[in-house]
Design a protein around this ligand. Structure first.
Ligand code: UDP
Length: 345
């Protein structure tokens, strides 16, 4: 199987690349390194079945060639992270709408199976937890830029389902619920890498709002297993699946658990949303998936709980700190070697 992973230098994409290589697939990654990091795949660079293009998915010439050569597309390239969404909505909308449009159009040209990464954010501020795939999403006003991300991914879903219906493109839509684990960066707002970094540095953990909002954090290894199994199952085509843990935790409790597991002396501070993001920012109080559908089809359920996730992220960040300088050197050296935009090959 020849897999093309868009956004393969990102957090989830790099874990997926490893899993596909492990089972013997050929893997080609395309990533413009806007939020992904070469360091995430540097350890794969010498693998004989691994290829990569540092390029934007909006480069249609490059995409045409990569899609023609692959058997399956895992479309993970997207601008994500609430902080990034609030700071740079133009980038978010262009990447998520225009980029996906190119991937779908070229995917349809060669009729390649396309696994589309979407998000639990499309349920918006609905309070009808747990969220099932056909439930309504409730998005806020267009003047609140947070909702532009949900809207862009909902548009991706509409486009993918339309290509499936009208042009027989085999698509599977995967709604991820707060995927976390080693290699995720806190730079774009994600709470677990931020809390772990703060706890390890002995700095206060910044809980936004009153900390009573809750999430279900899902281990990236579990998410990757779901992606691979769904991509292998012909019955998944044309459908939407929630992929998430059902272990719900408040952000306040998450902060306390992080401090305990990191054996940190940090305190918790409460930061109003308007200071953390912007005036009028809207968060959702609870976000819990109904995972009955994916369970019935492929028997998937998460295996790593919150403590297991936090322990792994803590260990990774401790070792990452020690090796940051070495890795930075290695990644620059590797980039001088085999990394080249495909169009120039
Ligand atoms: N959050 C927080 N402190 C931080 C970063 C995030 O309290 O330093 C909160 C954020 O407001 C949200 C939750 O943690 O309620 C999860 O945020 P994240 O950005 O990880 O994911 P989201 O579920 O918002 O997409």
């Amino acid at each position: 199987m020849k897999a093309l992973i868009t956004g393969g230098c990102g957090f989830i994409g790099s874990h997926l690349a490893e899993a596909l290589l492990d089972r013997g697939d050929q893997v080609t990654v395309i990533d413009d390194l806007s939020t992904g990091r070469f360091q995430n795949v540097a350890h794969l660079a010498e693998h004989p079945s691994f290829h990569f293009a540092i390029e934007s998915i909006t480069n249609e010439i490059v995409m045409d060639r990569l899609v023609a050569e692959c058997d399956r597309i895992y479309h993970l390239a997207a601008a994500v992270g609430v902080d990034l969404v609030v700071r740079d909505p133009v980038h978010v909308l262009e990447t998520n709408v225009k980029g996906t449009e190119v991937v779908l159009r070229i995917g349809a040209r060669y009729r390649k199976k396309l696994m589309l990464a979407s998000t639990s954010e499309v349920y918006g501020k609905s309070t009808a937890v747990p969220f099932a795939e056909d439930d309504d999403g409730i998005l806020g006003a267009t003047t609140r830029s947070r909702w532009s991300y949900a809207c862009s991914k909902a548009m991706d879903e509409f486009m993918a389902l339309a290509y499936h219906k009208q042009l027989a493109l085999p698509v599977v839509i995967m709604r991820f619920f707060n995927t976390v684990g080693p290699r995720q960066t806190g730079r774009y707002g994600m709470v677990i890498p931020r809390f772990v970094q703060q706890a390890l540095a002995g700095e206060p953990l910044t809980v936004y709002g009153d900390g009573q909002q809750s999430r279900c954090f899902t281990y990236v290894g579990d998410v990757v297993q779901a992606i691979v199994a769904l991509s292998d199952d012909p019955a998944a085509v044309g459908q939407v699946f929630n992929i998430g843990s059902t272990e719900e935790v408040t952000i306040q409790a998450l902060a306390q658990r992080t401090i305990a597991l990191a054996e940190s002396a940090s305190e918790v501070v409460y930061v109003p949303y308007r200071e953390a993001y912007e005036a009028g920012f809207e968060d959702m109080r609870r976000r819990v998936p109904d995972i009955g559908k994916i369970g019935r089809l492929i028997g998937w359920a998460p295996t790593v709980g919150l403590d297991g996730i936090l322990t792994r992220v803590i260990e990774h960040m401790r070792s990452d700190d020690a090796s940051t300088l070495a890795e930075a050197g290695a990644s620059v050296a590797a980039m001088e070697g085999p990394v080249r935009p495909m169009g120039e090959n």
